[in-house]
Design a protein around this ligand. Structure first.
Ligand SMILES: Nc1ncnc2c1ncn2[C@@H]1O[C@H](COP(=O)(O)OP(=O)(O)OP(=O)(O)O)[C@@H](O)[C@H]1O
Ligand SMILES: [Mg+2]
Length: 277
């Protein structure tokens, strides 16, 4: 590999800006809601990157652009040398109930990406079984999504996203509606799967502890229109266990992310204070 190839990041987000056309606001006199303002950051192949930012700052909009569901106003996104149109992207929504096909069994759901890729019917099941074996995972093949717990459903949709062999996996607050106990389990599981597949992950989280625990790199967004306030590297050892959360290094990064986050939400904290919260 030459030096240029070594230096080039796998994911490059440069100067990405976005607004939505909205009805004119009589107070501001103009239409248009600025959502993203010159977002730039990079990631290496196989990195686990988490994104935190205030409510409504534009995180999901950013993911929708990465997934090709929204146009960019300005900027450029390159994933593994490909444009968004060329790259394979798996986007897992927060609400797993909306993402799985309720009329299909677990196996039926897992086979969807293979069907879309044109894999012949008789090979699909075998491929899913091989994939699960490689990850040391098992699913209740003939069960329907409604028969599974929330955590199992979300894991199923993540597995389905991975069968597609994406260049990047986007997870938009995937665990926010799960209970604490399930979340602890699923944190370990997602890291195990990530290490086995080597997939590059972008993960939006509202939970700063989770964002720091899972990440190689935490990208902090400002309030809307979102800018990148800071990118923090976490260098705690892998494979990561809850022991990592007791280290000074963990406290340092978490405290810094918290400080940045609080600065960004200061206005709304003040508003809550004044409104008698
Ligand atoms: N299609 C749209 N048209 C107009 N405005 C939109 C549209 N989609 C989102 N918005 C607005 O853009 C802003 C950013 O929304 P977005 O969902 O990206 O934020 P977010 O950071 O993901 O929020 P949350 O923390 O609640 O998940 C919000 O003010 C939202 O109301
Ligand atoms: Mg969102």
């Amino acid at each position: 590999m030459n030096n240029m190839a070594q230096k080039r990041p796998y994911l490059s987000v440069r100067g990405v800006s976005k607004h939505y056309d909205t009805a004119p606001d009589p107070r501001l006199g103009s239409g248009g809601l600025r959502v993203l303002d010159n977002i730039s950051f990079t990631a290496q192949k196989g990195e686990f990157v988490t994104i935190v930012g205030p409510n409504g700052c534009g995180k999901t909009t950013f993911f929708r652009m990465l997934a090709g569901l929204e146009d960019l106003d300005y900027g450029r996104i390159i994933i593994g040398g490909k444009t968004i149109e060329e790259a394979k992207i798996s986007y897992i929504f927060q609400n797993y109930r909306e993402s799985l096909y309720p009329w299909r069994t677990c196996m039926g759901n897992l086979m969807v990406p293979l069907e879309l890729d044109g894999v012949p019917r008789r090979e699909r099941k075998k491929k899913v079984e091989e994939f699960l074996w490689r990850l040391d995972m098992s699913v209740r093949e003939d069960a329907y999504p409604y028969e599974l717990s929330g955590g199992q459903q979300q894991m199923l949709s993540i597995l389905r996203g991975l069968i597609y062999e994406p260049d990047i996996l986007l997870l938009d607050e995937p665990f926010s509606s799960l209970d604490f106990q399930t979340t602890l389990y699923i944190h370990d599981k997602i890291m195990e799967i990530w290490e086995k597949t080597g997939v590059t992950i972008l993960f939006i989280s509202h939970n700063i502890h989770e964002a720091v625990y899972l990440a190689d790199k935490v990208v902090v967004f400002s309030k809307r229109p979102a800018r990148v306030v800071e990118v923090l590297e976490t260098n705690f050892p892998r494979p990561r266990t809850y022991k990592a959360t007791e280290s000074d290094q963990f406290f340092e990064v978490r405290t810094r992310v918290m400080e940045l986050f609080r600065e960004e939400i200061m206005d709304s904290l003040l508003f809550m204070e004044l409104s008698g919260f």
